[in-house]
Design a protein around this ligand. Structure first.
Ligand code: SAM
Length: 303
């Protein structure tokens, strides 16, 4: 079955009385060349577990199943289940799980599979691209590579560097966790039905060792969120949104990190954000240390 042929997609829709859901981002791939590029980028072999997010009618799933040891496909739309049984019937190494990927515990699925080599793949539903990526990274998903298609605009943002107009919180966070490479640029014309925007496939390879071991990751994320939350403001103002720091401490932190308070978040490199987070940590540590000594003293005095 040529599942990438628009005629075949249309036949399957008719056969199963299936209606495409716009709200679930159901735009199916119709270009074998792009499908091959995605599958090649996973470098999956018989020792690999591939977790696919959103198989649709299974156009990538079948290709992946021919290369990987096992494919676990996570699909939210139960109306696609009979279709997937039909299109993937010949494979005994494919399991379809009918669940919202945002609610799935992928690390548990990986652990239960017994596989050590793991790749995550997906032509993502665009309405939840960012939460999916952030969810994978925050849960420190135990995958060797994540090969995903997304809206070109989001891919450009993720790949961008400081100083770029599109550089944002997601750029810093993804680049903190992963090495990022673009696998393919994809025209909107190779989907059924075509979406409004072009796409791109990125490979995110989680870094085995971080270039900078942060003292407190949560603080690093708060600083990034605050900085980009009000990206037109200077850092001395936007960082006011990081809870628990006075204006004076913010200025001291910036100075200690060698960052001009008049700069804006979009000009800071990953290294500068990391240094700033560590300086903020030291300031808080020194202050809370003092507080706790004073509290001990207070406690002592009242007895
Ligand atoms: N992989 C197929 C392809 O390339 O043609 C389909 C990709 S389509 C862009 C996105 C798929 O993700 C659809 O099958 C859709 O039903 C599914 N999906 C949407 N939201 C989802 C969610 N929260 N969890 C799991 N799958 C989801």
């Amino acid at each position: 079955m040529k599942l990438y042929s628009p005629k075949e997609i249309s036949n399957i829709k008719d056969k199963f009385g299936f209606k495409l859901s716009k709200s679930l981002g159901q735009n199916f791939l119709t270009d074998k060349n792009i499908i091959d590029k995605i599958v090649d980028a996973t470098a999956a072999d018989e020792n690999t577990l591939v977790i696919e997010i959103g198989p649709g009618i299974g156009v990538l799933t079948g290709e992946l199943a021919q290369r990987a040891g096992k494919v676990i496909a996570i699909e939210i739309d139960r109306n696609l289940l009979p279709i997937l049984s039909y299109t993937l019937g010949e494979f005994d190494n494919v399991e379809v799980i009918n669940i919202d990927v945002l609610k799935a515990d992928l690390n548990r699925i990986i652990e239960d599979s017994g596989y050590e080599k793991v790749k995550i793949v997906g032509n993502l539903p665009y309405y939840i691209t960012t939460p999916i990526i952030m969810g994978l990274l925050e849960s420190k998903v135990k995958a060797d590579d994540i090969v995903i298609m997304m809206q070109k605009e989001v891919a450009d943002r993720i790949r961008s560097e400081e100083g770029s107009r599109v550089y944002g919180a997601i750029s810093v966070v993804v680049q903190y966790y992963c090495n990022v490479t673009q696998v393919a640029a994809v025209s909107k014309d190779v989907f059924y039905p075509p979406p409004k925007v072009d796409s791109a496939v990125l490979r995110l390879s989680p870094k085995k060792a971080k270039t900078h071991e942060l003292k407190d990751e949560a603080l690093f994320f708060s600083i990034i969120k605050a900085g980009f939350g009000q990206r037109r403001k200077t850092l001395s103002n936007s960082l006011g949104a990081v809870s628990g720091f006075t204006k004076d401490e913010i200025l001291r932190g910036l100075e200690a990190a060698g960052i001009e308070p008049k700069r804006r978040a979009e000009t800071l490199s990953l290294e500068e954000f990391s240094k700033l987070a560590d300086e903020f940590f030291d300031i808080r540590d020194a202050r809370d240390g003092k507080d706790s000594i004073r509290k001990e003293g207070d406690w002592g005095a009242s007895n």
